[in-house]
Design a protein around this ligand. Structure first.
Ligand code: 5CA
Ligand code: ZN
Length: 409
């Protein structure tokens, strides 16, 4: 699948900082030490509805991770998937009487436009579940050979007990896992499973549903977790730096994915850090396609909202907090964008060298974007109140805000 065009990332003077980031698995901050090429996998959308502010907030967090790495002069190897076949997509296509392939293509195209408008850096490899199937089948076969998978009425399940590290991503107790499994695509109550938590690896073909040749597995389609594992192992290998997504993916998705990968390779861990963004709500409830309480990026764009303001609205919240989208959040961002643009449009201003360091330090400390915004606010206030004589300052602020925050002034 093709991704979307990259916006330029201006180079900044001086030295970027190494990223300290919260890792769900260890429950604390880890200082990442990627090689010259940092490796990140971020779970992509299930394309049955348009990009909402919750998605945008999550992708914003991982865009910042990359911008911090790029500032340290590293390259970034970024991989993202598209879950272009799964139950919710098929159900929506059914409900609306449309072809599931056309629905997925349409929503993926819109997502690309939204990501481009928001200046999110594109993945190097943007891979659909369907195109990953030839790589998924041998992994499921291998899990079966290893005794880590079993069959139930033609479907194939992963045995969570085959991974001694199972549970070490989300650190939840069995009761919490069972509850979340039922809520998030699992089937803990299906009779005949070895462990209620065991997730599906390969779903045998059902009448009226798409299916593919699965070799010795028979016709069917892949489970959700093995999709991301196959893509991540193929393009990044084990031990990559960051596995990312919203906090609703910590369990079961990232827990199961890590177990699949660890059993397949005999290596631990799959990722150096499991990084999870908080949930964005609307009217007091998590924004979600299934509930329909959504604010779409594309809708705001159509209404003439500057995408840079949308981006500033996201950046005004720490990526790990759960927060509520309101009209006021957007109004504040529009105001801030106006103040910043006015400040950098002057021919000179107060020196911005210290500001660049403050933004760097804020982002390196667990992506503290609100602190970075506050630092820029202080510079713009100084500009407004006292001005300055540094003719390079407005340009430096523009480049720093673009390179480190993805905001075009
Ligand atoms: N295709 C899978 C991942 S492999 C999936 O979860 N797709 S999704 O379309 O449901 O979500 C895409 C990303 O947006 C995920 O990282 C998810 O955690 C995140 N996300 C979904 N809803 C919200 C929300 N309300 N707030 C923040 N992030 C969200
Ligand atoms: Zn995923």
């Amino acid at each position: 699948m093709h991704a979307w065009p990259a916006s330029e990332v201006p180079a900044l003077p001086g030295q970027g900082r190494d990223l300290r980031i919260h890792d769900t698995a260890t429950g604390g901050l880890v200082t990442l030490d990627p090689g010259p090429v940092a490796r990140i996998y971020v779970c992509g959308i299930t394309p049955y509805d348009a990009t909402h502010m919750g998605h945008a907030a999550t992708y914003n967090a991982f865009d910042l991770v990359q911008r911090v790495w790029l500032d340290t002069k590293r390259q970034v190897h970024y991989v993202q998937n598209v879950t272009d076949v799964d139950d919710p997509l098929l159900e929506r296509a059914d409900r609306d009487g449309v072809d599931w392939v056309a629905l997925a293509e349409k929503e993926t195209a819109l997502f690309r436009e939204d990501m481009t408008a928001l200046r999110m850096l594109p993945p190097k490899h943007y891979i659909g579940a369907v195109e990953a199937i030839p790589g998924i089948v041998p992994l499921v076969e291998r899990l079966r050979e290893l005794g880590a998978a079993y069959e139930l009425d033609g479907d194939i399940y992963f045995s969570v007990e085959s991974d001694p590290h199972f549970g070490q991503v989300s650190n939840l107790d069995a009761a919490a896992m069972r509850l979340l499994s039922a809520e998030r695509g699992g089937d803990p109550d299906r009779p005949g499973k070895k462990n209620p938590l065991d997730p599906m690896l390969w779903l045998a073909a059902r009448d009226g549903e798409p299916s593919w040749d699965g070799g010795t597995l028979g016709r069917g389609r892949p489970g959700w977790h093995i999709e991301c594992v196959a893509i991540a192992l193929d393009h990044l290998g084990m031990g990559f730096d960051v596995q990312g997504g919203g906090s609703d993916l910590a369990f079961p998705h990232h827990e199961m994915g890590a177990s699949h990968a660890q059993v397949l390779t005999g290596e631990f861990p799959m990722a150096q850090a499991y990084v999870h963004a908080g949930m964005v709500a609307l009217h007091g409830e998590k924004m979600s396609k299934s509930k329909g309480n959504l604010v779409f990026v594309s809708r705001l764009r159509r209404d003439g909202v500057d995408p840079a303001a949308v981006r500033l609205a996201l950046l005004a919240h720490h990526y790990r907090s759960d927060w509520e989208w309101t009209d006021q959040v957007l109004r504040d961002a529009v105001d801030r964008l106006g103040r910043w643009r006015a400040a950098v449009s002057r021919p000179d201003g107060p020196s911005a060298d210290a500001l660049v360091e403050e933004i760097r330090e804020a982002l390196a400390a667990d992506l503290d974007a609100p602190a970075a915004l506050a630092a820029v606010d202080r510079w713009t206030e100084l500009q407004q109140q006292e001005g300055g004589t540094d003719t390079g300052a407005p340009g430096l602020v523009t480049r720093a805000v673009d390179a480190l925050l993805g905001v075009a002034l």
